[in-house]
Write a protein that binds this ligand. Structure first.
Ligand code: HEM
Length: 180
């Protein structure tokens, strides 16, 4: 994944747990990079190793780390670096999520080697919808839950996010029911 992702993991750990913890996590993960370059590609394995090491060092389940990371991604990483892009994608949660399937097409203009997730929306109600998440990567559904939680905070609404299909349990893809 692009270095921006690892950089954001670093930023989340440093701001929420401190620099010392980050150094310990990097050491445990066997990652020697002094810094990550946002627009350079890194093997996905680096990101997975960082998340695994963060889970051990901080004593939190990896799913919790991924959730916290998803929130941080929306509220800090994307908001600070790509605010206009987020603004253009919707003025409320419903509008944003309806536009989400097209979102990474625009991201790919900045990151041409992006291997983006793909999203689809079905069962749209007034304040609810079903979000389908397709990816060629494993284990990132909790990241999506965190991203959705971050979006709810961004739009200042209480949202209930329930995973209703789980690829790790044999489903074809992950599905989330989102109500707000
Ligand atoms: C301006 C905001 C955003 C930017 C710049 C951005 C950019 C990226 C980048 C660089 C990656 C790594 C993929 C790669 O390097 O191949 C990524 C992955 C991902 N993004 Fe975004 N993204 C943004 C917003 C969002 C939002 C709002 C969501 C969903 C609610 C989202 C969902 C994901 C997911 C789930 C992945 C993991 C990759 C996978 O599932 O295979 N992103 N994004």
């Amino acid at each position: 994944m692009y270095g921006m992702v690892n950089k954001a993991v670093q930023d989340m750990v440093c701001s929420q747990f401190g620099e010392d913890q980050w150094e310990a996590i990097k050491k445990k993960a066997g990652v020697e990079d002094e810094l990550f370059i946002s627009h350079e590609g890194y093997p996905d394995e680096i990101t997975y190793r960082l998340v695994g090491a963060a889970s051990e060092v901080l004593g939190l389940p990896a799913d919790e780390i991924l959730k916290a990371f998803g929130e941080h991604w929306v509220l800090k990483t994307a908001a600070e670096g790509y605010g206009e892009m987020l603004d253009a994608a919707g003025a409320d949660l419903g509008e944003f999520l309806v536009n989400l399937p097209r979102f990474h097409t625009r991201v790919a203009m900045i990151f041409p080697k992006l291997k983006p997730p793909s999203f689809a929306i079905t069962d749209r109600g007034e304040r609810s919808l079903r979000l389908h998440y397709h990816t060629h990567r494993d284990g990132l559904a909790p990241f999506v839950v965190g991203l959705l939680g971050g979006l709810a905070k961004r739009f200042d609404v209480e949202a209930r996010i329930t995973q209703i299909a789980d690829r790790t349990q044999g489903a074809d893809h992950d599905e989330f029911q989102v109500e707000w």
